[in-house]
Design a protein around this ligand. Structure first.
Ligand code: ADP
Ligand code: MG
Length: 328
């Protein structure tokens, strides 16, 4: 971008003082020290207008969410945030939009101690495109890898499931208007909370973890595949958001098992740790529900309260195989 452009925008909206031990925005690279005995955890996520957010999305919430979904990946690895970068393509320079977007972004960056230390700013022909990279650190051998689950582990889920997916269906008019349910679920869609503290405390306790972004069955399925395990999940104890109560049962199940955008952690741990995990959840104020067990084989079974297998035809969201699962 030229003149009024790039450098003024960066200085005004994105350059912020970085912690003393870091070199932030303004040089060819950012620099940051790593703690002894730690590995670097790196993750990138893109958000494309029309694909991941609606053109009229509230920019302040978008700034929050864009960073939150990336921090959620650090949480799912058990990593502590160090810093982030932001690559931004804009069709036009809209100062009110940039002001609100950067405010939402920096607020969560501050709260998460994940300063913005670099990026890139360009013009785009069509909509807004955002690409954020988060950098974190995790003690060597403590990372919550997807391939680290073991037969016999308990399966856990943090928080509640379904609110963001229900909100999205209501926003898109895929369900009849329901202002009360929308009010109860919209914050989960617009401003997800990355479970950073929970993830960090689970590092060294839990075996494997993933954040639920594309639906529980699909995301948990990644752990099973990587770890060569099967699992039984108990439908009746899955932590459904209260706003799901009273929905048609098959819709409720689908939202619970396959609804996206939850950004809760699904993790596995030895039964030995049950009590500690429950205490941890209470201390952090994050509900944790024990929802299943890992078994030999490769099947993921969902069981009802009577122990009967519940047939499930859906898996979750896939950007390429399910174009109509898109928001655009
Ligand atoms: P370079 O030419 O080395 O790529 P740029 O002119 O693109 O540098 O960027 C100048 C500085 O501003 C760099 O430190 C870069 O990391 C930072 N920067 C550019 N865009 C952003 C942004 N959207 N958010 C944060 N930092 C940015
Ligand atoms: Mg550049």
């Amino acid at each position: 971008m030229q003149a009024d452009g790039e450098f003024d925008l960066i200085a005004r909206y994105f350059k912020r003082p970085s912690p003393g031990r870091m070199l932030g925005v303004g040089d060819d690279c950012a620099l940051m020290p790593l703690s002894a005995g730690c590995e670097l955890a790196v993750s990138t996520d893109m958000l494309v207008e029309g694909r991941h957010f609606l053109p009229d999305a509230d920019p302040e919430s978008l700034g929050h969410k864009a960073l939150a979904v990336n921090l959620s990946d650090l949480a799912a690895m058990g990593a502590r945030p160090l810093a982030c970068t932001l690559a931004l393509s804009l069709p036009v320079v809209n100062h009110a939009w940039l002001e609100a977007f950067s405010a939402g972004f920096h607020a969560l960056a501050r709260e998460s101690q994940c300063p913005l230390v670099g990026g890139d700013t360009t013009r785009s022909e069509s909509g807004v495109v955002l690409s954020i990279t988060v950098l974190g650190e995790v003690r060597r051998t403590h990372a919550l890898r997807r391939d680290a689950a073991r037969v016999g582990d308990d399966v856990w889920v943090s928080g509640t499931l379904g609110a963001a997916d229900l909100a999205l269906r209501l926003v898109l008019g895929r369900l009849p208007p329901d202002p009360e349910r929308l009010r109860a679920t919209r914050p989960a869609l617009d401003r997800p909370t990355p479970r950073l503290k929970l993830g960090r405390y689970l590092a060294g306790v839990a075996h494997a973890a993933i954040d639920v972004s594309d639906g529980l069955l699909q995301d948990f399925g990644h752990i099973l595949k990587a770890s060569h395990c099967g699992a039984d999940l108990w439908l009746d104890v899955l932590p459904a958001h209260p706003a799901l109560a009273g929905l048609d049962e098959s819709l409720r199940r689908e939202i619970l098992l396959a609804g996206g955008d939850a950004y809760e952690l699904c993790f596995t741990a030895r039964p030995l740790w049950r009590e500690q995990i429950e205490v941890l959840g209470r201390q952090l104020g994050v509900p944790v529900a024990r929802v299943g067990t890992l078994v030999r084989g490769q099947d993921l079974r969902v069981l009802d309260g009577a122990g009967q297998v519940v047939p499930v035809a859906y898996r979750g969201f896939d950007h390429f195989s399910e174009p109509c699962g898109d928001i655009a």
